[in-house]
Design a protein around this ligand. Structure first.
Ligand SMILES: Cc1ncc(COP(=O)(O)O)c(C=O)c1O
Length: 520
């Protein structure tokens, strides 16, 4: 540790106290003779902590190095589940024992998304550098509400890098948030306020002249419903527009819905395009939506939580062409940048509209001309006041690998999605249930002559067995009424042989189930 470049001593440390400060210190220690000894959370002996910390880091390195040899997921024994019912600890325990409990009861039973064969729902697979960054961010402990310190400048730098990756102008603004859902809420709040025609912050939504209408496809992520509800506009103000065979928003149906709404006295306000739907990865025609939004005077928001970062992938970037024309974008560094949870980012083209939606300056948070409060207040761009140092984990991983590697890894996952689709198409007992456009593959085991409900039961059992025997974590969904298994390959550890194994195991379990008639 002694070689680390953290400065050991600064002006103002005890060796340099002037005589009046020394005098004060002596008085203070005399007074404290009559007081109870002061406590701290720091250890009595830092060297013990150092030894234990080295062990924890060694364990952590081994944990990731050997992840492939462990099951993706396993259920917890009753004893482990019961351990989480233990009452509030009142007395201390050695840190080594506390860590031992974590190692045994927590680290051994992960969700599994760092495993090469985790493809459920939609998650990133984290990375070691990001984990080190999380540790350092907590050690520094800075609050990213803003201020004049290095972490705050880095937060702004990472937002600038996100703008650059999306092709947004330097004049745009943005904020790092907990994830995609929050990034969408931030952007839709700015959209609502900009389109309301009244000062919504002061007067509330009841003062809006005509009820606002937002639009998105029938494949929109559920976080938009939550956003509409939280914004006081209500779920019904979000019209779900039908999708074509590729599950992309139908622009003709969208124009029709907008015209209908205008005729009925509503105010069409915002269209949400999706760059990678959660169900199948379909990417709306973003250039078409940008044109339409301009013609109809709508705010154009892109939910790019799944696919915005395809913009950095050399082989596939054209799939998200038009994203740079959005008024706002939500993207998710904890997905295709594999930042450890949580990290989302909202970008807004019009920085003053962004600030105008959230900034408040209470007397205790005024900007000073010098000193700690002379930096930007980053809390003016979102709902939180205290903010964590999320930027460091994104910054360190981008510095270490370079953005081009992340682009190649995105191309790799998309190629793997298409590879898996060809494996499925080659098997008579398997079928693709939706077209594969990027890295999400929807398929099912489909023996001849089975009814829909039988197929659902059969495929659900296949999914559960794959999870329970630790082979692979996949999820399921229903697309235009058809139930299917869903494989979302957002994983820098996946290899082609993992996908071959998934197909072999799907067929093996499927045939076993048919033979034993466990299902259907
Ligand atoms: C298209 C889409 N939008 C939004 C979200 C929500 O993102 P988060 O889970 O980071 O809140 C997701 C999550 O997978 C998503 O797929």
């Amino acid at each position: 540790m002694k070689n680390l470049p953290f400065p050991a001593r600064h002006p103002g440390s005890s060796s340099q106290l002037d005589s009046s400060e020394k005098h004060l210190k002596m008085n203070a220690s005399r007074t404290s003779l009559n007081m109870a000894a002061e406590e701290t959370l720091d250890p009595d002996d830092w060297s013990d902590v150092q030894v234990l910390s080295h062990r924890i880091v060694d364990d952590a390195v081994g944990y990731l190095r050997d992840v492939r040899s462990r099951p993706v997921w396993r259920d917890m024994p009753a004893k482990v589940k019961e351990s989480f019912l233990a009452p509030l600890p009142r007395s201390p325990a050695p840190l080594a024992d506390v860590y031992g409990e974590v190692a045994q009861n927590v680290m051994s039973y992960p969700m599994g998304n760092v495993h090469p064969r985790f493809w459920a729902w939609y998650m990133g697979s984290s990375n070691f550098t990001g984990a080190v960054a999380e540790f350092l961010a907590a050690i520094q402990g800075s609050n990213l509400g803003g201020g004049n310190h290095a972490a705050a400048l880095m937060d702004e730098q990472v937002v600038n890098w996100c703008k650059e990756m999306m092709g947004f102008p330097p004049s745009a603004s943005g904020t790092l948030v907990s994830g995609g859902s929050m990034a969408n809420i931030i952007a839709l709040t700015v959209a609502r306020n900009s389109q309301a025609g009244v000062d919504v912050r002061e007067l509330g939504i009841a003062a809006i002249d005509k009820p606002l209408r937002f639009y998105g496809s029938d494949q929109l992520h559920s976080c938009h419903r939550k956003a509409m509800e939280a914004l006081g506009l209500g779920n019904r103000a979000l019209r779900r527009i039908s999708t074509d065979a590729e599950l992309r928003i139908d622009l003709t149906a969208l124009r029709r819905a907008i015209a209908e709404d205008r005729a009925m006295g509503f105010q069409p306000a915002c269209v949400i395009g999706t760059a990678g739907t959660v169900n199948t990865g379909a990417i709306d025609d973003l250039s078409g939506l940008a044109r339409l939004a301009k013609e109809e005077d709508l705010w154009f928001h892109v939910d790019g939580c799944v696919g915005a970062l395809i913009a950095i992938a050399p082989k596939n970037a054209s799939k998200v062409a038009g994203i740079e024309r959005a008024d706002s974008i939500a993207l998710d560094p904890h997905k295709w940048l594999h930042a450890p949870f949580e990290a989302g980012c909202a970008l807004i083209r019009d920085a003053s509209a962004h600030r105008g939606a959230f900034a408040v300056t209470p007397e205790y948070l005024e900007t000073a001309s010098r000193g700690l409060a002379s930096g930007h207040w980053l809390h003016d761009y979102g709902l939180q006041t205290t903010r964590g140092f999320r930027a460091l984990k994104i910054w360190m991983a981008l510095k270490q690998h370079g953005v081009e590697k992340f682009g190649r890894l995105i191309d790799q996952n998309i190629a793997q999605g298409h590879y898996l689709s060809t494996l499925i198409e080659a098997e008579p007992l398997l079928e693709l249930v939706a077209p594969t456009s990027i890295n999400i593959v929807c398929y099912r085991y489909h023996p001849h002559g089975r009814k829909k409900e039988e197929l659902k039961a059969l495929n659900t059992e296949i999914m559960l067995r794959l999870q329970e025997n630790g082979t692979a974590a996949i999820s399921d969904t229903t697309i235009h009424g058809e139930h299917c298994l869903r494989v979302a390959i957002n994983n820098h550890r996946t290899r082609r042989e993992d996908l071959q194994l998934l197909i072999r195991e799907t067929l093996r379990i499927g045939s076993q189930l048919l033979q034993t008639s466990r299902v259907a």
